[in-house]
Design a protein. Structure first.
Ligand code: SF4
Ligand code: SF4
Length: 447
């Protein structure tokens, strides 16, 4: 059989494509069966083939083979994708959709950088500031955290929200009331510290703080440290770690993601920890894929594999080692929203449910469609706020139907989106990370 019969895309792909463009052998895997369609949040909302996984793969193939331009329509359909990877879970042919959408976005960004596609000055500036300057810089993140904290502590935020001026700022104004509060002290204060295990040391682990989570989820990070130490782990917070690069990779900035990946490998791998732990499913998923990001880097390819071998989501790690400190009683009802990058990215479904089941008094109620994205998806709820609002409205409806008082999840981004949904719809549930619930059962986090 000729190669073109088994690999039709590979046989007709355009020469000289960007190295980060979707690989022909990935594009070839889709057999157009459509079994992914109902797993896709954007297809479920819009019913439009071009906004389905199959439709997006088809468009990638068309671009790869020169039958379609990498123009505004293509970019629009790809931009609307949440990169939630529910289609990957549903696909029986093993289409690696997550890495394909990242590659397609990288190809678009590369074309913009080479002026083959238009990019406004404002877009270029915002991307340079966010991806190049702020997220990788502890100094910038600290400064912004301090400003946001003062904005709220001085009462300025209440004033701004009350006087109606936000209406003048369009999307930014709509998002502002839903944005989280900066927490002081930030988790950066714990960088360089070692937290001893309670009782006999069973494991020596490192924890990753990420970027903005150090500011907006400092208390969650501290709860994570407490739960790990309570269960026999000596927890290190390595000084030179940095942002994981997940937001960069999802947005097509793969070269910048590689720079950050190398920094994290240099900062953490020499520590020879038993495990490297993240409590943020989106970061964890990206961190577990450093070997793919750096596969063509001869100096880091092997080190990236060694790093990935040690990476664990905190739910996965704790469920795997077993809790040595028995959780205390909490009388409450809890439902659980799967974080896409834990369920679909890391294929972890049971670990968070197993941990919740070990807390006495917790009545667990399964959330219908918990495997469908809540609309958070990194910065998606900022840049695609209408689709994100539609998705969270449905999600809150399902959460209401469970009657649960607490919506648990495993990713700070999902927590923000769920909290915004609860606030917008006035439904009153508390939104917590699974680890915060465990910590509450130990007497740490207040319910
Ligand atoms: S991505 Fe997978 S499930 Fe979807 S159409 Fe292609 S082969 Fe079928
Ligand atoms: S990643 Fe999510 S939104 Fe994108 S095509 Fe797949 S299921 Fe749909």
């Amino acid at each position: 059989m000729a190669a073109s019969e088994t690999h039709p895309v590979a046989a007709s792909v355009l020469p000289n494509r960007n190295a980060d463009a979707p690989a022909a052998f990935d594009l070839d895997k889709c057999v157009h069966c459509g079994l992914c369609l109902n797993a896709c949040p954007t297809y479920r909302e819009l019913g439009v083939e071009m906004d389905s996984p199959r439709g997006r793969v088809y468009q990638m193939v068309q671009v790869a083979t020169g039958q379609m331009e990498m123009g505004p329509s293509y970019i629009e359909h790809l931009d609307l994708c949440l990169a939630c990877r529910a289609c990957e879970t549903a696909c029986p042919s093993g289409v690696p959709y997550g890495r394909m959408i990242e590659a397609a976005r990288a190809e678009i960004q590369s074309a913009k950088a080479q002026s083959k596609l238009p990019e406004s000055g404002a877009e270029r500036l915002i991307r340079a500031l966010v991806f190049g300057l702020i997220l990788p810089s502890r100094r910038w993140l600290r400064a912004i955290g301090a400003l946001l904290w003062m904005y709220e502590a001085t009462g300025l935020r209440s004033l701004v929200q009350g006087c109606g001026v936000l209406k003048l700022f369009g999307k930014l104004g709509r998002i502002e009331p839903l944005s989280p509060s900066a927490e002081m002290p930030t988790f950066f204060a714990s960088y360089g510290r070692i937290f001893p295990a309670e009782g006999e040391r069973r494991y020596r682990v490192a924890i990753l703080g990420g970027c903005i989570a150090n500011i907006f989820f400092a208390r969650l990070h501290e709860a994570t440290v407490r739960v790990l130490t309570a269960n026999g782990c000596e927890v290190h917070v390595p000084e030179n770690q940095t942002c994981c690069g997940a937001l960069h990779a999802h947005s097509g900035e793969r070269e910048q993601a590689r720079v950050l990946a190398r920094r994290n490998i240099d900062a953490l791998l020499p520590g020879d920890y038993d495990a490297i732990i993240s409590n943020t499913a989106g970061c964890g998923s990206a961190l577990k894929e450093y070997h793919e990001l750096l596969e063509h880097d001869p100096a880091y390819a092997e080190r990236a594999k060694a790093f990935v071998a040690k990476m664990r989501d905190v739910n996965e790690f704790l469920a795997g080692i077993g809790l040595t400190r028995a959780p205390g009683r909490i009388e409450t009802t809890v439902t659980y929203q799967d974080s896409c990058h834990l369920l679909h990215g890391q294929k972890i479904r049971n670990a968070p449910r197993e941990l919740l089941a070990q807390i006495p008094g917790v009545a667990f109620r399964e959330l219908p469609y918990s495997d469908i994205c809540c609309g958070s998806a990194g910065v998606y709820n900022v840049v695609q706020d209408e689709m994100a609002a539609a998705l969270i409205e449905r999600k809150i409806g399902y959460a209401n139907a469970t009657g649960a008082e607490i919506i648990a999840t495993a990713n700070p981004g999902c927590m923000l989106q769920l909290r915004a949904g609860v606030a917008r719809h006035g439904t009153g549930q508390k939104v917590m990370h699974v680890i915060e619930l465990l910590d509450a059962s130990y007497g740490g986090t207040k319910l």
